[in-house]
Structure formats: C-alpha cells, structure tokens
Design a protein around this ligand. Structure first.
Ligand code: MBD
Ligand code: FE
Length: 257
C-alpha cells in the first residue's frame, strides 16, 4: 500500500462518482460501460486507447516547461531495437514503397546550441496507406523503422517516404466509443522519433506533415504547432524536410513506489 496510490485511486473514483451524480447515470449506462471496458481488453486495445485518449495529458503535464524542442506522445506502435542504419541512411522499405520520397535532415543540439555528436534518432512511421509494420496487415516486419546516428557536427539525415494519415481500427471498441461521441477517428500524417544523446532527456516527438488532413482534429490530440513541418520540393523532385532538435537536460527522476 502506498500513500500515492491511495491518493490517485481515491481521486479517480471520486471524479467518477461526481459524473454519475451530475449526469444521473442509469443502470443501463453502467452495464454498457462495463461491457465496453471488457471489450477493449478482449480486443487488445488498451494500449491504443490509453495512448490516444490519455497520454497527451501526461506528456503535457510532465514536459510543458521543458527547455528545447517540443515533444509529444510516444503512441502504441514503437518497437525497441530497430536496426542501427549506416550512411546513406534510409529507413528499410519495400522495393516499390508507395509514397513521396523524402529526405529528412537537420541537427541535434543542446540548449546552448552545441552540436550533439553521435546523437541517436530512433525513427518509425506508417506507410503511405497509414499502416505500421508489425501491427497491421500490409507492410513486412521492420518496414519504415530504423535508428539513425548524427555525425560529429550533430547533423543527421535519412531518406523515407511521406506517411499517410492513420485511422484507429474502425471495427474495434475504441472506435465504437469515438463514433458514439461523434469524433473523428483520424490522426494526421506524422513521423515518430526518439532523439537521445548522452545523459540529456530523450526527446519523444513526432513531425506532422503540413499538407496532411486532420491536423486540426487529431484523435490523439498530439499535434503542436512547433512540430508541423513543410516539405520543400528540391530540383530532383525529392521532398526535403529540415528540422533541428534541441535536447534539454534530464529531468530529476521522481520516486515511484
Ligand atoms: C498512432 O499512429 C499514434 O501515433 C498514436 C499515438 C495512436 C494511434 C496511432
Ligand atoms: Fe503514429
């Protein structure tokens, strides 16, 4: 038993009680919600539900005052241990990968503007149809996932394709709730990254493509203006995204019991 657990659990239940009283919740509604909770578990959608509807508040609470670049939610589709790529960096992909070829470049810096030589960028994204490898039918395992290393000047670059927007599974309980509330099930097109260097705070973030639909209606509420990028078309036809990442000092660890 911990005081922290007692406090948080009591408060969550009290807030539920307040909703039941304020809105005069019926027995039918209670039984409906109970079955829905069971359905989310049976469909394996708790990671999805949590990261879509709750994680953004936790991220904002923990990092809104952080120096350096903006972060946003991790989401449910990161896989640790993606292969470390070598120059010329290119995310693993199928021979005929759909989507606009894109070069993502920039620098990784500390808050004093010093380059972070050898910084690591763990990158993952959906394909042009909005599908993540290892989680959805379509792309083979490992598709569009890889780790990129910055050079001695903190410069990084990797080739990929512009991802498509993503919809949460339309046949599952998370979407059933979303539809019941009348909300959009879409996430705008985005590339996930975790940037880390030395003992600085790892930056968990996403870059959002400015030409994508749904930037103003992200089901996961994870878009921040600072993270919307504008791919420029170079003479050779390739799109280019330029973005610098600034890493802040590590947050003091908080005790958890
Ligand atoms: C995603 O692609 C995502 O990034 C999150 C957070 C939730 C659902 C799908
Ligand atoms: Fe995602």
């Amino acid at each position: 038993m911990s005081d922290r657990a007692n406090l948080l659990i009591s408060d969550v239940l009290q807030k539920l009680h307040e909703v039941i009283v304020e809105h005069d919740v019926t027995y039918d509604e209670y039984q409906g919600v109970k079955q829905w909770l069971i359905d989310v578990g049976e469909a394996g959608e708790w990671p999805l539900f949590g990261d879509v509807y709750i994680e953004h508040w936790v991220e904002e609470q923990n990092f809104s005052d952080r120096a350096g670049s903006q972060g946003t939610i991790l989401g449910p589709f990161h896989l640790p241990g993606a292969p470390h790529l070598h120059a010329p960096f290119e995310l693993p992909h199928r021979l005929e990968e759909k989507g606009d070829p894109t070069l993502v470049t920039g620098r990784v810096l500390d808050t004093d503007g010093n380059p972070l030589a050898g910084a690591n960028l763990d990158v993952w994204q959906a394909d042009a149809d909005g599908r993540y490898s290892s989680f959805m039918p379509g792309p083979p395992d490992g598709n569009l996932r890889g780790q990129v290393t910055a050079d001695e000047n903190g410069h990084y670059e990797f080739r990929t394709v512009i991802p498509g927007p993503y919809t949460i599974p339309l046949d599952g309980p998370t979407h059933a709730m979303t539809a019941a509330a009348g909300w959009s099930p879409w996430r705008p097109a985005h590339i996930h990254l975790i940037i880390s260097a030395g003992n600085l705070e790892p930056l968990v973030t996403q870059l959002f493509i400015d030409t994508s639909d749904y930037l103003d209606s992200d089901v996961a509420s994870a878009v921040k203006a600072e993270l919307v990028v504008h791919p420029e078309r170079a003479e050779n036809g390739t799109l280019k995204i330029d973005y610098n990442f600034v890493l802040a000092p590590a947050k003091a660890p908080t005790a958890v019991s």
